[in-house]
Every structure is written in C-alpha cells, then in structure tokens.
Design a protein around this ligand. Structure first.
Ligand SMILES: NC(=O)c1ccc[n+]([C@@H]2O[C@H](COP(=O)([O-])OP(=O)(O)OC[C@H]3O[C@@H](n4cnc5c(N)ncnc54)[C@H](O)[C@@H]3O)[C@@H](O)[C@H]2O)c1
Length: 317
C-alpha cells in the first residue's frame, strides 16, 4: 500500500517505517523534526519536513500523492508538561482535525492512530479492557480521547475507517539504536543512568499497595507494537484496540532486570509519589489477539537487552 506515516522520524514511527518497507509498502514520512531524528528514517522512504499544523502544505502533500492509508504517530506526549502547558498540547487536537480534513478532501479512507492508555486514568478494575471507563487524569490523555472522538465522528460523517491503538508503555529498540532526545519514560531514563548522564533513577513512591511498594506497569516491545500496526492495515472495520503485554512489572523488578543484564548497579533515589500515578496499570490484550491475530513475541528481557545495546557507548566513544 502507499502509506503516509506522520511522525515517522520519532521513536515508534521510525520503527514502523522500517517494518512497512520490509513488508514492501511504499512509504512517505511527514515529520516536523520537533522531536524526530532525520537519520532514523530509512532512506527508502520519501521524507517531507513539515507540520500537521500547516494546512496548505499538508493538503498539497495529499494532492501530489495517492495515499491509501495514514499512520498517525505525531503528537506531543509528555503527560507532566501537558498539565503546565495545555495550550501547547491542544496542538494534538488541531493536528488531528487538520489531518482528517485533508484525508476527507482527498478521499483517503483509512487511518491508524496512536492512542494511549492515558485515556483510562486510574483503573477501577484490572486488567483494563477497551470497555473500561475513560477518565484521563492529565491533559495529554484528554487530547488522545478527543482525537478518538474526532475519529468516530469523521467515520460517521466522512466514511474514514479508523483503528485507534491504545498503547501501554512502549519500550525496547527496533534495531535503530534509538536514543531518546528528551527522556521522560523509565527505559530511556535508566539508559541515561547507565551512561552516567544522570546520577540516579528517581522512584516516585515506594509506599503503593503493590508487591514491593513500587508502581506496576505494562511494557510492550516496540517491535511487537509495530507488528500490530501492520496487521491493523488489513482490518476493514473501525476499532479501538489496547496494545499491551497484559503483564505487570514493578519499578523494582524492572531495575533488577536492567542490573542483571548490564551487570551494573543502578543508583536509586526515592522521591514522593506523583499525582495521577496509579498503583497498578496493565492491559487486557484479548481484543488485539482475536481481531488482529497478534500476540507479543518479545518479553521484558528483550526490551531491557535491546535498550542497553542502544544506549551503550559505541567502541570509538
Ligand atoms: N512512547 C510511548 O510509550 C507511547 C505510549 C502511548 C502512546 N504513545 C503515542 O505514540 C505516538 C508516537 O510516540 P513516540 O514515542 O514515537 O514519540 P516521538 O516524540 O518520538 O515521535 C513523535 C514524532 O512526531 C513528530 N511531530 C510532533 N508534532 C508534529 C507535527 N505537528 N507535525 C509533524 N510531525 C510532528 C515529532 O517530531 C516526532 O518525530 C505519539 O502519538 C504518542 O503520544 C507513545
């Protein structure tokens, strides 16, 4: 298929571009390089530097190409920052409107969207299923929920089929040696601690009601996540689907896994809990398994090993 990948120079988008090309799709990447890294984009893909916020060039791009589907990875994603700079994060909503309008105008009928487990907020029960109550506790999660509602309206009004994939914590490396330029998630932060760029890993709360007092999260390997996107291209109905491993690990279990693979000690610092951080979060991935014929093939150890490999200094450093 001829596919437009928006945000294809980012962490997940660049891994998706690689997998799409390997599966013989034709790929165009649109990325404003706000956080994206140009060199991560496979040279076999066409690269356009530009933003979803600029409607005219966006529409020109659709006029000049006959895209059959869009994968939309572009978004601001730091939940904490979204609470202090909501005006900036509202761009996530504007971007989605501009993209859907350009798709409607050019009769592109399929979109795969990166949603997030942040739409659920604190779970009332676990595992989280696609039917669990939606109650985002940060503005970032709210922008994802609005984007999902926009997708639903444009399906009804314009016949655009959508697959909204609600990611849990995406981790690991897809063979591109990705180094996060603004580490906010625990895997890249541990990577920086191992590199000596940070003195210690801050653990936000050790007094949760979990097996060791630290929060439990669901980690999914970026390679498995991208595989689900390729499978979603074949779906013919509009769907919302969780993408997680359906397994929960505590922060201390994660640290132990990093220490055992790297054979290094990870310095830790206990900090107060952050507001809006639930004790436990993990997905039901039954819908992904049954609808997409998908299942995660990589475990926590694979995510840890590939992250360490990406972050370890190259021999000439
Ligand atoms: N990484 C995770 O654990 C995770 C979890 C849940 C959801 N998500 C979602 O997955 C998607 C991809 O995440 P990622 O980790 O690869 O993030 P990322 O920041 O690495 O990638 C996003 C890319 O989009 C580009 N971009 C941002 N705004 C743009 C705009 N207006 N126009 C064009 N390009 C723009 C950035 O330059 C960047 O290359 C995001 O929508 C994110 O909210 C990620």
């Amino acid at each position: 298929m001829n596919i437009l990948v928006v945000g294809g120079a980012g962490y997940i988008g660049s891994a998706a571009v690689k997998a799409l090309l390997e599966a013989n799709h034709e790929v165009t990447v649109l990325d404003n390089l706000d956080k994206g890294i140009r060199s991560l984009v496979d040279p076999q893909a066409k690269f356009i530097e530009g933003s979803l916020l600029n409607e005219k060039p966006l529409n020109n791009l659709f006029s000049e190409n006959r895209f059959e589907a869009v994968m939309h990875f572009a978004s601001l994603k730091a939940a904490g920052e979204s609470m202090t700079h909501p005006e900036k994060y509202s761009e996530n909503i504007t971007s989605m409107i501009n993209l859907l309008n350009a798709m409607s105008a050019h009769k592109v009928k399929k979109i795969i969207f990166s949603s997030s487990a942040a739409v659920y907020g604190t779970p009332q029960s676990l595992p989280l299923t696609e039917e669990s109550p939606l109650n985002p506790e940060n503005y970032y999660g709210f922008t994802k929920l609005v984007a999902e509602q926009l997708l639903d309206w444009y399906e009804k009004l314009k016949g655009i089929q959508y697959i909204s994939l609600r990611y849990f914590n995406v981790a690991g490396d897809a063979g591109l040696n990705y180094i996060d330029p603004e580490a906010n998630n625990i895997f890249p932060i541990i990577g920086e601690v191992l590199q000596g760029k940070r003195p210690a890993l801050k653990i936000f709360g050790k007094d949760y009601e979990t097996r060791d007092g630290t929060p439990v999260r669901d980690y999914i390997h970026v390679i498995d996540l991208v595989d689900a996107h390729l499978k979603a291209l074949k779906l013919e109905s509009s769907e919302i689907i969780n993408l997680g491993s359906a397994q929960g690990y505590t922060v201390l279990e994660l640290i132990k896994a990093f220490e055992s693979v790297s054979k290094k000690t990870i310095p830790q610092e206990i900090a107060p809990r952050r507001s809006g951080d639930p004790a436990e979060l993990y997905a039901s991935n039954d819908k992904a398994k049954s609808l997409l014929g998908w299942e995660p093939k990589h475990d926590l150890n694979d995510m840890v090993e590939s992250t360490i490999k990406a972050y370890e200094p190259s021999p000439q450093e």
